[in-house]
Design a protein around this ligand. Structure first.
Ligand code: ADP
Ligand code: MG
Length: 455
């Protein structure tokens, strides 16, 4: 197998022949061939090939071949030959997301993120963003949005990609049955699609149940009845109630039971932290509007006494990615200190972003390094287990990880399309870039535009 980069040019000649420089043909081990199958994503063209006495890695094609292959742009990309006849140009990477009509920001608030991601493979790959309605299955094409040289964006119709990076932003839209079928169509054509869908909290709990990694998940119950909530409060003294499909701390309650003083509920309402006390359990259930029956689509979870600074709990976001060798790596870690009186550590509810080093040294002193190493090892183990149990390809995971006052590690939540807010911290910018680089390299792995590691 031969892999290199080459520059694509267009020739004005009419005949349907492509020209390779002798050097490129030699690297690709094609020197003696009369014709090749030139491929890009799902399209392919068989064409005679001739050699040019010129140095460097260059490929010249007539307009007819460019049009037939639907080459998105001239310039350089990777070129791969595995069997001495099929020459693949690429990788052709599609990012599945929501496309707005706005030309300057076609991916809405995600435009900058996508631009940064696309920069990872500049000059070595083709990149575009697309939404589900942009695919034409009959023609096997996608009308995607490409970065243009002047910093803007341009629409082009291209073949189906080699790999799909799923960053669809809406949980609700992704839950539609038609979306599942849409994504399956790629997989059925042998096009890997990674980060299949958002996780629900309860799904992850179920995936981990029965595995070694289950001990990192606090005791949890889906759709808890009043009796189960009462029982959990008796067992654990405080619990969290969280919408199973929720995010950003929305809809979360923290319930506490104190045998002498009664029941407390903390939550956030209209941008403020609220604390209510109830003498009777039934009144507490009244607050949740569930005097009888169950609390639907909620998970009740054992409360964990997190480490604290200035009486504010702290937890961590571990951002994991796959790398070019298909292994999980901890690409970045942010520490999050809860805002005063807040039950979650989200920045939007007053939380503060810190580095794990800062926090762990203050709390664990000389043991800080060891605690961090343990937490990293746990995060990798959790990622490997979730991947193993999940039927789909995963390329990124964001774990909300807590460390309790006994140094025990807990996982509150696994996000399959993690946000990147921790990388806004000035000390974490380089890690943010490394995370994107890993995802790009994972695309190379999935699309097979890489050389196998000798082991
Ligand atoms: N069982 C728990 N014990 C202690 N703190 C928790 C617990 N569950 C959640 N939290 C706190 O609430 C935050 C939000 O919970 P999480 O499960 O990540 O929900 P969301 O999807 O809203 O982000 C966590 O980052 C953590 O600070
Ligand atoms: Mg969370």
């Amino acid at each position: 197998m031969s892999l290199t980069t080459c520059t694509i040019h267009v020739t004005q000649r009419q005949e349907k022949v492509i020209y390779l420089t002798g050097e490129l043909a030699k690297t690709l081990q094609l020197s003696k061939l009369k014709s090749v199958n030139l491929k890009l994503g799902s399209s392919s063209v068989s064409t005679p090939v001739r050699l040019l006495k010129k140095t460097g890695h260059h490929l010249y094609m007539p307009i007819s071949v460019m049009t037939q292959l639907r080459v998105p742009q001239l310039g350089s990309c990777m070129v791969l030959c595995t069997n001495g006849k099929d020459v693949r140009l690429g990788p052709h990477i599609g990012i599945l997301t929501q496309v707005t009509g706005i030309r300057s920001a076609p991916f809405g608030s995600r435009t900058e993120f996508l631009r940064q991601f696309m920069q990872m493979g500049t000059g070595r790959s083709f990149y575009f963003g697309f939404s589900p309605r942009d695919v034409n299955w009959t023609q096997q094409t996608v009308t995607g949005i490409f970065p243009s040289k002047d910093g803007g964006w341009i629409r082009k119709t291209v073949p189906l990609p080699d790999v799909v990076y799923n960053r669809l932003p809406s949980r609700r839209a992704e839950k539609q049955p038609s979306m599942n079928a849409f994504k399956q169509r790629f997989v059925r054509r042998g096009i890997p699609l990674f980060n299949w869908a958002f996780f629900d909290k309860w799904d992850v709990y179920n995936l981990l149940e029965g595995t070694d990694a289950f001990r990192y998940v606090p005791d949890s119950q889906i759709d808890p009845s009043s009796a189960q909530i009462k029982q959990m409060l008796d067992n654990h003294k405080f619990i969290y109630l969280k919408p199973t499909g929720g995010s950003l701390g929305i809809g979360i309650y923290r319930l506490t039971y104190n045998p002498k003083r009664g029941y407390y509920a903390r939550f956030r309402r209209n941008g403020k932290n609220v604390l209510l006390r109830f003498n009777r359990f039934d009144s507490l259930m009244g607050l949740l509007n569930r005097q009888s029956g169950q609390l639907h689509n909620y998970v009740a979870q054992q409360g964990i006494r997190l480490i604290e600074i200035d009486d504010c709990p702290i937890d961590f976001r571990f951002h994991l990615t796959k790398n070019i060798n298909n292994e999980w790596v901890v690409a970045g870690i942010g520490a999050k200190k809860a805002g005063r009186g807040s039950i979650t550590t989200h920045v939007r509810s007053g939380g503060q972003l810190m580095t794990p080093g800062q926090v762990l040294r203050e709390i664990f002193g000389s043991r800080a390094e060891q605690v961090l190493a343990n937490a990293k090892e746990t995060a990798i183990k959790l990622a490997e287990t979730i991947e193993h149990k999940n039927r789909h390809t995963l390329g990124e995971l964001g774990f909300d990880i807590g460390i309790d006052q006994n140094e025990r590690i807990w996982m509150f939540e696994a996000n399959s399309k993690p946000g990147r807010s921790i990388f806004k911290h000035p000390a974490l910018k380089a890690e943010g870039k490394a995370a994107l680089q890993h995802v790009y390299e994972y695309c190379l792995y999935l699309s097979r535009f890489h050389t196998r590691r000798e082991s």
